[in-house]
Design a protein around this ligand. Sequence first.
Ligand code: ATP
Ligand code: MG
Length: 576
Amino acid sequence: MKQPENTRPDQNAEAGTDPTGPPNFIRTIIEEDRAAGKNDGRVATRFPPEPNGYLHLGHAKSICLNFGLARVFNGTCNLRFDDTNPAKEETEYVESIQEDLRWLGFDWEDRLYYASDYFQRLHDFAVQLITDGNAYVDSLSAEEIRAYRGTLTEPGRESPFRNRSVAENLDLFARMRAGEFADGEHVLRAKIDMAAPNIIMRDPTLYRIRHAEHHRTGSHWCIYPMYDFTHCLSDAIEGITHSVCTLEFENNRELYDWVLDQVWPTGRPYQYEFARLNLTYTVLSKRKLIQLVTEGQVAGWDDPRMPTIQGLRRRGYTPEAIRDFCDRIGVARRDSTVDMALLEHGIRQDLNKRAPRVMAVLAPLKMVIDNYPEGQVEELACQNNPENPSAGSRMVPFSRELYIEQDDFMEDPPKKFFRLAPGREVRLRYAYFVTCTEAIKDDTGRVIELRCTYDPATRGGDAPDGRKVKATLHWVSSPHAVPAEIRLYDHLFSVENPGDEKAVADWKDNLNPDSLTTVTGQAEPSLVNVLPGSRFQFERLGYFCADPDGAPGRPVFNRTVTLRDTWAKVQKAKKK
Ligand code: ATP
Ligand code: MG
């Protein structure tokens, strides 16, 4: 398995904001720029999502980096919706993105922008390019334009419309804007070089005709600017100094610079690329995530199996754990894949400190304590978090009939099984020592009930005579237990790199059919009216978060992670 770059020791500082932490290369660039007096030392970044889906962990990396840089250098970070594509963008996404950013703990103050707010200015820059002889209206079809573009080894060919006069270009562009033409009839292209080694520079399209309703500008426009034209100019308009994006835009940097050189030559932003986040056992691409949602492979964008911010939140992740994860993976110039176990390690560490312990049984097995008085109920003190003594304790009822975990009993135990078996004594957490006297079976031979005896002298879980037991089990009192729907999650995909489309016909063939298992468990009574979003450690089982699907008296829990920490194990093994 691949290791993340820049693994850092545990720390709680916000992502990228610790000036004493190891610098990333972008921070180094900014430090050098400031030392050279560029932009009078001012630092302005932006996070520019396209509102065509929900935010995922990859976006969180970009958010932590951009907002983090602004915080380190006392600068600003804008939120800008890159909403130039009228067909795919929706208000639902605009709202969810803001909600997620706030939940993650970032604040853009009054700096909320939309690329669509710049449509008039972008149009005027396009007119300037035409006037200067740097852009032309092309009337080739999309297919012809592709055919004329050439390949990596062959130069492109010039369009027969490339040498239209400025006057004709201005007239055609005005008529494009006025709605005289159908989609695809004409485009506006930059006049650069059809033989450029960088194919992006072979007269890229700047504007296309789209007779479509835009979520903010309605039908005011029927021509829409392309990403490469919009992004650099939006950065310039907002006074961005460092425009940070992912590596797949490396080749676009030349065009970013070209556009600005033509129309915004001084006081302009510069683009820097970093490696996008890839994570094992999941995909981080809105294009793919949206398919899972629309095809019903998951319950929605906030399905707890999704790597979206809303999915992780519903699963029980905290903003702190996500920011800490972004801090640990670091910022590099080369693509790599981070192990999902690192993300899980982080949330375990966070919840270990903050999540109260409770008892719940996932697969209940009835236990009757024959020598315990019928009708008697004792309230036993149980610690809320042994890691944090100030968390105090709560009273949990104990009675003659209990549930324990089916897995905690074996009739014929192998050598290394130390939990309950016929004739064996174990501890019930915070309660008593019990000894199994009999296993009662149904017709099929399945154990359906255990008969036990308890030792009244061991109240609280310790034997005054000092005798030891090898196992401590969790339990709930059956007359007091609250039935709970418990959703157990596994990886969404069954292979490490599901996005690697070479291995299978369709990346969705890699979906894990067992990513969700639902069981009806029994929980201690303190969980009867739990608030959605509350997080707990179910003793010995893992961390769980109450789901909004639950109702008073009928809780639903999502398992965030099990207690088994594969990441810590790997790290330990490496040290040896
Ligand atoms: P996707 O491939 O999921 O559609 P995108 O890059 O098209 O992502 P945008 O909405 O354009 O999505 O992304 C906003 C910002 O988040 C961009 O600056 C983009 O580079 C960054 N970003 C997106 N995915 C990742 C990722 N996996 N790792 C780091 N940054 C990312
Ligand atoms: Mg994008």
